[in-house]
Design a protein around this ligand. Sequence first.
Ligand code: PA5
Length: 461
Amino acid sequence: MDKKITIDYSFTFPFINEEKINSYKNDVLKAMDTLENSSGAGNDFLGWKNLPSEMLASKELQQIIQVANEINENADLFICVGIGGSYLGAKAVTEALLHPFYNSLPKNDRNGPKIIFAGQNISGAWLSAVLDEMDKVDSVYVNVISKSGTTTEPGVAFRNIKQKMEKKYGKIESSKRIIATTDAKRGALKTLATNEGYRTFVIADDVGGRFSVLSPVGLLPIAAVGLDITKLLKGAQEASIYGKEKDLVKNPAATYAMVRNILLKEGYHTEILVNYEPVLHYISEWWKQLYGESEGKDGKGIFVASVDFTSDLHSMGQWIQDGQRFIFETVLDIEESNSNLKVVSDKEDLDGLEFLAGKTYSDINKKASQGTLLAHYEGKVPNIIFSIPELNEYYIGQLLYIFEQGCGISGYLLGVNPFDQPGVEAYKKNMFALLNKPGSEKAKQAIEEKMKNLPSGKKTI
Ligand code: PA5
């Protein structure tokens, strides 16, 4: 029988206690109701709540699978262009579930095309490398993803990629190889897709970027590399069912939201997401966007960071063990490893590690995680632990949904609208003014004034 992801917060005691939990439970149940009844701030962005069951029952899922199969069978290289929520979900799931060196595998050992991501930065060096990759293969497909259709990074990257596609295949063929995922009606990408005749998938109005991994935004790229999106959605659907549990012990999303907010009240304002499998690195990046962008507003919010252990035990480990005490850790523990590799024997034993010979790496990794948990706990770092039965589509689907629901509940407990992101406009305004965007002359003057009035140091940009 399929299992559920569970949460254990015993290692947050005595930093928090039963009394605090009991006195907070009603607030948590209220926040859950607010989310469930769609009666809170940002309630026009709650489409993600029902995405798993709606997608599973939809014709759209079949269309996504059909196009994904076409890409899977015909493409040597698949490029996803997008940023933020239009990138991190697919990046996180594909990294978590594909071979660690997937793109370097011989074609026959891959279950689909190579996949690379573009438009998630403004680095010319990065984009040049993406364009070079396009020269190395016969068949390229592109999925350009932007809900607003006006985001700078994917917008400019797609200009170059589109031009290259048209040079490589001609206009007609390239428009068959480019798929757009965007708003149903609005935005420059929608207009472009209509003009060029691209096949299009829609991001629903009520699904915000960082909550869109289980929409066509994430599903098409994930399926195109041969992963099972039905299984992913079924896992998420299962989590949406146990996410309704009012008995909080059975509800990891609500418990998580509760415990992290109590910790925040106790002064633990920085949360570090921990993994012991490097393929989970981008799950952490996705999670950071989800919680950072949802909660960091109105002068509030837990600062979210992440580490990959045991690698980062040799960098950030010292700080976590002995530094200032305002951090807590949330650990992603994979119960059943998918590797049986054992440490081989070397009788010379120059490194003194022969006692590990014959043990599996996963056993050693487990002991490393237990040892670290105890050490950090003794170093006064509260720990929350998510137990994930194994790494596959089903459990990653559960995890994504738990984090999304947990984020909604947590945002309401914190007293913010978790579904907007007013702060992300500030850098764009300055950047556009500095780049002399028509109409931004006044903003540029204001920046120059501010620079003159800096107390000291560099006064020009
Ligand atoms: O969560 C969000 O809404 C944002 O992070 C967006 O996903 C990101 O800015 C990309 O936006 P768009 O899909 O409109 O290009």
